[in-house]
Structure formats: C-alpha cells, structure tokens
Design a protein around this ligand. Structure first.
Ligand SMILES: Cc1cc2nc3c(=O)[nH]c(=O)nc-3n(C[C@H](O)[C@H](O)[C@H](O)COP(=O)(O)O)c2cc1C
Ligand code: SF4
Length: 408
C-alpha cells in the first residue's frame, strides 16, 4: 500500500492556499473550469459514482447514490449543504481543511451543487469555529470576484448562491435532519426518516448533505476520473481518509492515509508509537462515540463496513496504562448527558443515569443495583433511541464493561 498518496493535504505545507492565486497555481479551480466547459452534469455524476466515494461524515454512505437521488428528483428547487458541524470530541479534520485549503472545499461545493441542479448552497459551520468562518468568508469573496460562484459562473448559464450558516455548537446538529431543522429556525433535533433529505430536505425540497472532507475529494475525481480514485485505498473503501491521532502518542496530528491502513500502522509507524515512558492500553476509534480497541486487535483495517467497529469521524485516541479509566468514563458520559437533545426519553434519561453511575464508580460507591442498571441502560440506549446518538453514547461504556472489566 502506497501510504504517501495525498488527495486533500498534498499542498498544505507548500503554500498559503487561503490565497486564491496560490490555490490556482497548484491547479485549483481547474476542475470547475473542466465542468463548465463540458456542460455535462451526468458525466461528472457518473465519475463520482464510479469513484465509489463513501461519505466521510461517519456513516460511509455512497456519495454517488445520494447525488443521483437529488439530481434525478422531479423538483425544480434543490439545495446543497456542506456539513462542517464537526463536534465529535477529538476531531478537528474539517477545521484543518478550512485552515489549510478552503478553496478545495469551496470548489467541491460549487461542483456538487451544479451537478444536482441546486441554485443555493449552505455551509453549516460549528458555532465555535469563528476563525474558520472568517477564512471561509474571505475565500468565498475571492472566489466570487473570479466568477466561480454567483450569477453566470465563468460566463456560463449556471448560477449559484453560497451562504454560511453558523450553528450553536450542538453535537446533534451534525446529524443531517437536525442540521436542516436548525437552518430552518426550528429546534435542533433529528426528524423521522424516511423521507430522507435527498427526497424532502431543506424547506421540504430535495437536499444533498455532505461532509466537508467528502466534498474535498470532488475536484480530484473531476480531474483524474472515478476509476483512478477507486484504485486508491482498499477495495471496499476507496480513497484516502483524514485521521486525527491524539492521546499518548509521540506525534499527534492530522494524517491523510489510504483507507485500509491498519490501526497499528497509524499509531506506531505514522504516529511514532507511544510517548516516552508510556505503555499502550487501548485505542478509541471514531471519537467519544467510538469503540475501544485492545492490543490484540491493532491489525484491524481502518475502513468503512468493518463489522467490529466504525471509523466514524476518523479520530483515534491512544490511551496508555497510567490513564484513570474512571476519569475517562466521566468525561464520555458527561459529554453525552450534556449533548442529548432530549427529544426521546431513553436517551435523555439513559445518558443521565449512565453519567450518575460513572460518578459513583469514580467515588468507589458502585452498588450491585448499579451494576444491573448499567446492563439495562446500555441495552436501552443501543436499541430504543430515536437516532444513533443512543448507540454512540453506549459504545465506549459497553467496551469498558466487557473488555476492561470495570464492573468486576
Ligand atoms: C449524532 C450524529 C452526529 C453527527 N455529526 C456529524 C458531523 O459533525 N459532521 C458530519 O459531517 N456528519 C455528521 N453526522 C452524519 C450526518 O448525519 C450525515 O450522515 C453526513 O453529514 C452526510 O455526509 P457524508 O455522506 O458526506 O458523510 C452525524 C450523525 C449523527 C447521527
Ligand atoms: S437519541 Fe438522543 S439525540 Fe437522538 S433524538 Fe433521542 S434524545 Fe435526541
């Protein structure tokens, strides 16, 4: 596997790509020129489908299928939304994209919007990302002056308006239906699906929601083609992925690697292994909502569709043997208790109860009744909540019980 192939980060350290002329000097906006020249949305929709690109927002849904559903809808009005909510703890890859290469993201937004026939696109940005909002505002202004978006893009008949919408930093607003509610001015809580946003999304119209990293792959696919993209990474998970490595490693940071790389390679080769004097205990894959991976499981591949764990946001937390597991449990459960949107009882109550038990565990006051309650609460969160947040809130606690034996 060639671990050096870079699609998103290739020029991050070479130039200040926030300046449009630097981005253009490395081939930036060529994909948009190509798209406008060919005037053939179907061709580029096919390229994206052939690339087998899977959404980088966590679920790994095929981008080409969602795009096709919106592009093929009979509705005249359609919307595109870039999901830049990024509130998973330990995750800052979308923020890094904006910090290092905002125009690659904007170019992808424009192309995807034009393919699906949207005339209005939104960038939904986490309310805590003030600096990134400013970077995007400046980049959008530069791109507008160059006629890359607005009326008659590059003198064509394409029109597109792009707006930034700042959320309030609520974790659940990263979930696409809650995000749509938030833009519409309603409470940020998930909606029943179906209908899916591709059918009935923003203002009841077909809407394509994509994660910022997913979108940043689009200009590459337009230039080099879907088939070339599909050759990178693993068979079932093509392309590269941004991984955010953190915790007790020597070299924490954002790394772009082909999907299919193993957890061991990421931590011990790329991240330089454990920091001086630390010994590996376990790794958490996918942020606070992720599963715990023990030493003997480190050769598992980081790719979508893995049955034992989800790569989620791509954040990898390395935990060493000196870590106090009860502090960590309190931090996880405290986060989910705070961020539960409160719409459904199993999650609103379950996350609160789990946090209370984590507190008692830390204080050494755990009772037999608590131990039994943990089993019931975890089952309830995993099986009865309205949206996947419940499963997310239970994942690490379940592994702490089963793999780390915290209740023994
Ligand atoms: C609780 C929850 C939180 C989510 N948070 C995010 C997020 O912060 N950013 C994101 O892109 N997707 C997030 N998602 C996934 C989105 O709902 C959606 O699947 C994604 O934005 C689609 O983009 P993609 O197909 O490019 O991955 C979240 C999902 C859930 C259930
Ligand atoms: S599972 Fe939690 S976050 Fe999802 S709808 Fe229910 S209360 Fe809200």
């Amino acid at each position: 596997m060639n671990k050096n192939i870079k699609i998103i980060t290739k020029y991050w350290d070479v130039a200040d790509l926030k300046k449009i002329k630097n981005y253009e000097s490395f081939g930036g906006y060529k994909a948009l020129h190509k798209f406008i020249k060919d005037k053939n949305s179907d061709k580029f929709a096919d390229e994206i489908k052939n690339s087998s690109l899977l959404g980088r927002g966590g679920a790994g849904f095929p981008t080409g299928d969602k795009l096709e559903a919106v592009a093929g809808s009979g509705e005249k009005e359609r919307y595109f939304i870039c999901n830049l909510d990024e509130s998973e703890p330990g995750t800052y890859k979308d923020r890094a994209i904006v910090d290092n290469d905002p125009h690659k993201l904007i170019e992808g937004i424009i192309i995807l919007s034009l393919i699906i026939g949207a005339r209005k696109a939104f960038i939904y940005i986490n309310g805590n990302y003030g600096k990134q909002e400013e970077i995007l505002e400046n980049a959008l202004e530069e791109a507008y002056k160059k006629k890359y978006w607005g009326e008659k893009i590059l003198k064509s008949d394409y029109n597109l308006e792009i707006g930034i919408f700042s959320g309030a930093g609520a974790y659940i607003c990263g979930e696409e239906t809650a995000l749509i509610n938030s833009i519409e001015g309603s409470r940020g809580e998930p909606k029943m699906r179906p209908p899916y946003p591709t059918e009935k999304g923003l203002f009841g119209k077909p809407t394509l929601v994509n994660n910022a990293e997913t979108i940043s792959n689009i200009s590459w696919i337009v230039i080099y083609g879907g088939e070339e993209y599909a050759k990178i990474g693993s068979k079932n998970s093509p392309g590269t992925k941004l991984f955010v490595l953190g915790g007790a490693v020597k070299k924490p940071g954002v790394y772009e690697l082909p999907l299919g790389v193993t957890i061991r390679e990421l931590i011990f080769e790329i991240g330089g292994g454990l920091a001086k004097g630390k010994e590996f205990w376990f790794a958490q894959i996918g942020g606070s909502s992720g599963r715990l991976i023990m030493e003997k499981e480190l050769d598992a591949k980081l790719e979508f569709g893995n049955k034992d764990f989800s790569i989620g946001s791509g954040a990898i937390l390395v935990v060493d043997k000196t870590t106090n597991i009860y502090d960590l449990l309190l931090s996880w459960t405290g986060f989910f208790r705070r961020e539960s949107c409160g719409k459904c009882v199993p999650c609103r109550e379950g996350t609160f109860r789990l946090w209370e038990i984590a507190k008692r565990l830390q204080d050494g006051e755990i009772s037999e009744a608590d131990k039994k309650a943990v089993k019931d609460i975890l089952w309830t969160l995993e099986n009865t909540t309205f949206c996947p947040f419940g499963k997310f809130a239970a994942a690490a606690f379940r592994d702490a019980v089963e793999k780390l034996k915290i209740l023994k």
